[in-house]
Design a protein around this ligand. Structure first.
Ligand code: SF4
Length: 192
C-alpha cells in the first residue's frame, strides 16, 4: 500500500514513521529558501508533510505571485519555467540574455531569497546556461541583481550538502521560536 502525506494535526510519531527522505535530485529552490530560514520547515516540506493550503500567508503568497506574473511582470517574460525539479517564478529576456526572476513579498529574508535564486543560477549553470538573477519585491517596489560569483557558488553548494544531511534525518529538528514563526503556515503545528 502506498504511503500518503499526513495532515498536520497527526502525532509527531506517526509523522516520523510515514516520512521518507527525498532523493537528492528532489532538493529544489523552495527547500533552499526554507532551509536558510528554518531547518524544521525544510525537513517537514522535504518529507511532504505539507501545511494547510488555505493558510492566509500561503493564499496571499499565491495571489501575489499570480498577480505579478499576470499584470506587473516585464513584457518579455516566460512564466513559471520548470528546470530540474525547480519552478522558476519568471524568466525575462534582456539584451539577448535571460535573467531569472524570483518574486518575494518583502526583503525581510533577503539573504534567504538570494540563496534560493543562487541555487537556480547554479542549476542552470550545471545545465550549460550561465545567467544572472534578479530579486523582485513588488510591495516595496524594490529589485536587486544577483550574480553567481565564487563565494555565492560555494555557499549554495554547502547549503545543498547540509540540506541533504538534514532531510536524511529520521525526525525533524525541534521547533525554535524565530520571527518567521508569526507568518509560517506550520505555526499551529509547531506551537499548539
Ligand atoms: S513555526 Fe517556526 S519553528 Fe515551526 S516550522 Fe515554522 S518557522 Fe520553523
Amino acid at each position: 500500500m502506498s504511503e500518503v502525506a499526513e495532515p498536520l494535526n497527526n502525532a509527531p510519531e506517526t509523522l516520523n514513521r510515514l516520512a521518507t527522505p527525498p532523493e537528492p535530485r528532489q532538493i529544489g529552490g523552495t527547500l533552499v529558501w526554507y532551509y536558510s530560514i528554518c531547518r524544521r520547515q525544510a525537513w517537514l516540506t522535504a518529507h511532504a508533510i505539507l501545511p494547510d493550503e488555505d493558510d492566509p500567508n500561503i493564499v496571499y503568497g499565491r495571489f501575489l505571485h499570480q498577480w505579478y506574473r499576470n499584470t506587473a511582470a516585464p513584457r518579455k517574460s516566460q512564466r513559471e519555467v520548470l528546470i530540474a525539479g525547480n519552478r522558476l517564478d519568471l524568466v525575462v529576456q534582456e539584451n539577448g540574455h535571460v535573467v531569472v526572476v524570483e518574486v518575494k513579498k518583502s526583503d525581510r529574508f533577503r539573504d534567504s531569497a538570494r540563496l534560493q535564486l543562487a541555487h537556480y543560477l547554479l542549476t542552470l549553470e550545471e545545465h550549460g546556461v550561465r545567467t544572472e538573477g534578479e530579486l523582485h519585491f513588488p510591495e516595496q517596489k524594490k529589485r536587486e541583481r544577483v550574480r553567481l560569483d565564487d563565494a555565492l557558488r560555494r555557499e549554495v553548494l554547502q547549503v545543498r550538502r547540509d540540506l541533504q544531511d538534514l532531510v536524511e534525518q529520521p525526525a525533524p529538528p525541534p521547533p525554535k521560536r524565530i520571527s518567521w514563526c508569526a507568518r509560517c503556515a506550520y505555526a499551529e503545528y509547531c506551537w499548539t
